[in-house]
Design a protein around this ligand. Structure first.
Ligand SMILES: Cc1cc2nc3c(=O)[nH]c(=O)nc-3n(C[C@H](O)[C@H](O)[C@H](O)COP(=O)(O)OP(=O)(O)OC[C@H]3O[C@@H](n4cnc5c(N)ncnc54)[C@H](O)[C@@H]3O)c2cc1C
Length: 664
């Protein structure tokens, strides 16, 4: 065990297990997670082997297909799609889309007869599905999808077609190699009339032979950022006939005679999408936690430059600048963790209300909150993983550091399940509506009720803070709220003012976008900070842990204000001079949190085999582990390069070179 890490673990202000239980919510869940990760690390197939890092995509695909099978043998995946043990693989297992997307769509949008027919086959994995919405030409703009599903009353079937190059389905995970069915989003055509986009279950391969069915042309998209252990595919449909019953018909159906009937509320489709987005909040904090465990442990083991005594060297973690890189990310980590949990509870309640009572009253508030957490948590985690990597100097560039995998696996989250900009604009639309409701005196949801503070800002009230000590959790909450309320007001003013002159859509698309997204960002910070504060107050009893978490919460709020202070300054609620207090308070908090950083990351409990990192090993034996990986696992060092030397390197000395090109 490295002495540095031992020393750090001996001087913590809190009990690591208390924090672990806070993270995983109950002792049982924490124990189950640790047992599961341990079991996988010890399993000969699931074990993460560093030598896979240099393997080709084809080899990796085969290895991960085996891991997937083994995972199904050991754990029940199909019953719950949010299995947290997947952190061990960074969600890179083939068939994950079947569980994560295909199954919930069938479950929520299928009629009772459809569930009876499909669910047993999906759960047994005889039917493996992909979710094929995005096309080569359109992703965000779903209404413009070009794939068609035309009803043929003669044969009581739909004919699925890809009429143009740009209508080719493009990107769906598992589509090219793994899936035998897809939910295909297509324009429903009845008697030549377009009824809009609906979902259809389309068989693409024979379930016994896995041969591609007639009329289907598909393939893999090639090497990409993330998901290289599985496939993302393209697919064209050429007059593919499917039975009428394959349209997901719980909320809209086509009769035998070809009549269109609405049988429920189509907003249920959104509710399913929301359930999927809900999981991405968890994915964000898990990915960032993974990177921070590595960066924090390494920063304590790594030393650079001598202390004043000229003997010992300083741990890089003791530089204020290193703390500034990592400790605000630790604060963001726990803030997102609380925000993800809160929105998840909202999502579950919303779905329950819809399924049991057809009650959609929570839908808008829940949808907007999820769009915000999806967009800004995945941005924060994506940037945070990279920041943590850059904080590890040269070694952070090596795949053996673990960072390259975490980043590649997580980064597409920013784009899939709704591009982050589009998500942020949905939040902004909601905020503008809320402002309008406020004007009419309508009561707002608790997440946005603070917008009433606008009255205080517009009546030119000012913040009275004079000393850093006064910057407590409540005042920081108010500053975040004022900031967001003013940015929302500015966005609304630009939008509604511009709409009179240029029209609403022109102004939305071409004049107001920046202010709208800034308002959405500020609002998500308010929501997240508040969720974190509520969670600490309601769940943490131990005073030392509470003190630490309140400091992290305060740091999160202050960091967000320092990153985005314009609402406070433009409204003149806070003066430039008062903003200095924010900076001073932040520096004070970095010093206070510093002694506990190793304990904070240890609390996540990820074992070394899950971390897949030489820099983040629990015992801190970084250099030994790194050299072992470099010398023993690196296939490059096992190749005899003599032939290359003889063929391409040695002849260099005999090459007749042309005269040098004159310098310009
Ligand atoms: C790894 C990965 C896996 C995927 N898996 C699946 C899957 O399983 N199934 C599936 O159907 N799809 C999948 N997708 C596709 C994904 O859902 C889409 O790529 C995503 O929704 C973004 O849409 P787009 O590609 O059309 O981006 P575009 O909308 O074309 O985005 C391009 C740029 O335009 C901007 N932009 C677009 N519209 C606006 C606007 N109105 N205002 C301001 N800016 C705008 C965007 O912000 C972005 O900067 C996957 C994608 C990836 C990368």
């Amino acid at each position: 065990m490295s002495l540095s890490l031992k020393e750090e673990r001996n001087r913590l202000s809190f009990n690591i297990r208390d924090l672990s239980i806070y993270i995983y919510e109950t002792e049982e869940r924490f124990n189950a997670m640790m047992e599961g990760l341990k079991k996988m690390g010890e399993d000969p197939i699931l074990h993460n082997d560093p030598s896979t890092l240099g393997k080709s995509r084809i080899e990796l695909f085969k290895i991960y297909a085996e891991k997937n099978k083994r995972f199904h043998e050991l754990f029940n995946l199909t019953e719950g799609n949010s299995n947290p043990l997947k952190v061990h693989f960074g969600n890179q297992l083939p068939t994950s889309l079947s569980v994560f997307m295909f199954q919930p769509y069938v479950q929520h949008l299928g009629t009772d007869e459809q569930l009876k027919k499909w669910m047993p086959r999906i759960i047994s994995m005889e039917v493996i599905g992909a979710y094929a919405q995005t096309e080569l030409g359109h992703g965000s703009d779903v209404r413009s999808l070009e794939t068609t599903a035309a009803f043929d009353p003669q044969t009581d079937s739909f004919i699925i077609n890809s009429p143009t190059l740009t209508s080719t389905k493009f990107w769906p995970g598992d589509l090219a190699i793994v899936a035998n069915h897809v939910i295909c989003s297509a324009q429903l055509i009845l008697n030549g009339e377009n009824k809009g986009v609906y979902g259809f279950i389309v068989p693409i391969r024979d379930t016994e032979t896995h041969r591609v069915l007639p009329g289907i042309e598909l393939g893999d998209l090639g090497e990409k950022v993330g998901f290289n252990t599985k496939d993302n595919g393209y697919c064209k449909f050429n007059n593919v006939k499917i039975p009428r019953e394959n349209m997901l018909m719980k909320y809209a159906k086509v009769t035998k005679k070809g009549e269109f009937q609405r049988t429920g509320d189509e907003r249920v489709g959104f509710a399913v999408m929301m359930q999927v987005r809900d999981l991405l909040g968890y994915a964000s904090w898990r990915a960032l936690a993974h990177a921070l465990i590595i960066a924090v442990r390494y920063s304590v083991v790594r030393t650079q430059f001598k202390l004043d005594d000229g003997l010992a060297e300083r741990k890089v973690m003791d530089y204020q600048l290193q703390q500034d890189k990592l400790i605000p990310l630790l604060a963001a980590e726990f803030a997102m963790h609380a925000g993800a949990k809160k929105v998840s509870l909202m999502t579950q309640e919303n779905l329950k209300n819809i399924n049991e009572k057809q009650d959609f009253s929570m839908m808008k508030d829940c949808h907007a909150t999820l769009c915000g957490t999806k967009a800004f948590y995945s941005y924060e985690a994506d940037a945070g993983v990279n920041k943590a990597r850059l904080a590890c100097g040269g070694h952070g560039y090596l795949s053996y550091s673990g960072f390259t995998n975490i980043w590649r696996e997580f980064s597409p989250t920013v784009t899939y399940e709704g591009d982050n900009t589009i998500m942020a604009l949905q939040v902004a639309r909601y905020l503008i509506n809320c402002l309008q409701k406020l004007k009419k005196g309508t009561k707002l949801h608790e997440n946005v009720s603070y917008l009433i503070l606008l009255q205080e800002i517009l009546s030119k009230q000012q913040c009275q803070v004079k000393k850093t000590d006064e910057l407590d959790v409540d005042l920081v909450l108010k500053l975040l709220q004022i900031n967001s309320a003013f940015l929302t007001y500015r966005a609304a003013k630009t939008l509604l003012g511009g709409a009179k002159e240029h029209g609403f859509k022109e102004t939305w698309d071409k004049k107001a976008g920046i202010k709208l997204v800034e308002a959405a960002r500020a609002h998500t910070s308010v929501y997240t900070y508040h969720a974190f504060l509520q969670r600490i107050e309601s769940e943490i009893k131990c005073p030392n842990l509470k003190k630490l978490m309140l400091n992290l919460c305060l740091l999160y709020g202050i960091q967000k204000l320092l990153e985005q202070p314009l609402g406070l300054l433009q409204s003149e609620y806070l003066t430039g001079k008062q903003s200095i207090l924010l900076q001073d308070k932040k520096e004070e908090l970095l010093e206070k949190i510093r002694p506990d950083v190793v304990g904070i990351v240890d609390a996540f409990g990820y074992p070394d085999n899950t971390l897949r990192s030489a820099l983040g090993v629990y015992d801190g034996n970084v250099y030994e582990t790194l050299m072992k990986m470099v010398t023993e696992n690196n296939e490059f060092n096992k190749v005899d390069w003599t032939e290359t030397f003889e063929k391409s390197l040695k002849p260099l000395r005999f090459v007749k070179r042309p005269p040098p090109i004159p310098r310009l």
